[in-house]
Design a protein around this ligand. Structure first.
Ligand SMILES: *[C@@H]1O[C@H](CO)[C@@H](O)[C@H](O)[C@H]1NC(C)=O
Length: 281
């Protein structure tokens, strides 16, 4: 399958990307990425089809959180057909979704030259394309997983964690986010799955998360068509919350403005003092 061909590449790319990305905003942070190992003939119109597909994805992301396309421009052979999709995280705004997909597409353009397929999962969106149709196919292969440092055995914390994971996978929804105590979590399916397939995928991701990251303070489990993530409030998911980021920015801004006003008041006070002294002389 597609992802099995990818897997040796995924980790390397993720690590090098993460290293180069520490300064960019969290929606655009790379979770994983990879390329197919199959080259296409340089003389084929395949690259033109891919470019057309990728720009369709970006345009479509301004109006919906998920879409898929099949592109075969005139002059293409059946083996030149390209399939692709994007999936934004359910809480992104239309412009946030579009920006994320645009960012991902521009990175993918450089990531996988000359090969038939590519995939890039950013914090806020997934983009994937290949010349083999994968749309509508449930795929529960683990493509990326990571656990934070252990919290030690804390039954109270574990109850909250398990409550969050239960909530995330409880009903058939493509996106869910929630918290309990200090634990927050988010779950997302690619919307080419049926609601039942989504729930099945999330169930499997959650079970793997519990075994792999048993008492870890945060955990990420990305399967090919769904993911589940949880985090201690103090840890990395916190940075994923745009509202909290905005609040922080606002607080810094208010602090700065206050400081500037204070300085102006002080300076005008000093200059008046100087004027008074001059008048006195
Ligand atoms: C995908 O592209 C490769 C390389 O051009 C080709 O060998 C293969 O047949 C294509 N697969 C499909 C399903 O068209």
């Amino acid at each position: 399958m597609f992802f099995e061909a990818f897997s040796p590449y995924i980790f390397l790319i993720t690590v090098s990307f993460l290293a180069s990305l520490s300064t960019s905003s969290s929606i655009d942070s790379v979770i994983y990425g990879g390329c197919s190992q199959i080259k296409y003939a340089v003389t084929s119109p395949y690259q033109t089809n891919v470019n057309s597909l990728l720009s369709s994805l970006v345009n479509s992301a301004a109006i919906s959180k998920f879409n898929n396309f099949k592109v075969s421009l005139p002059g293409s052979l059946p083996c030149d057909v390209v399939y692709g999709l994007f999936q934004c995280r359910g809480d992104l705004s239309p412009s946030g979704c579009r920006d994320c997909v645009a960012h991902s597409v521009s990175r993918l353009g450089n990531l996988c030259p000359g090969v038939t397929g590519g995939v890039l999962q950013l914090d806020g969106c997934l983009v994937k394309y290949d010349n083999v149709s994968f749309v509508g196919v449930e795929d529960k292969a683990v493509v990326f997983k990571k656990c934070g440092p252990s919290n030690g055995y804390d039954p109270d914390w574990l109850n909250h964690r398990d409550a969050v994971l239960g909530y995330l996978t409880g009903v058939g929804q493509y996106f869910r986010a929630g918290g309990s105590g200090k634990v927050q979590g988010v779950a997302q399916c690619v919307q080419d799955l049926s609601v039942n397939e989504c729930q099945d995928c999330l169930g499997e991701a959650t079970e793997s998360l519990k075994t792999e990251c048993s008492s870890a303070s945060w955990g990420d489990m990305f399967l090919a068509k769904c993911y589940v993530r949880y985090s201690d409030h103090a840890h990395h998911l916190r940075n994923n919350n745009p509202n909290e980021l905005t609040d922080k920015t606002l607080a810094i801004l208010i602090g700065l403005i206050t400081a500037v006003i204070l300085i102006i008041i002080l300076l005008s006070g000093f200059s008046r003092l100087c004027d008074d002294q001059k008048d006195g002389k």
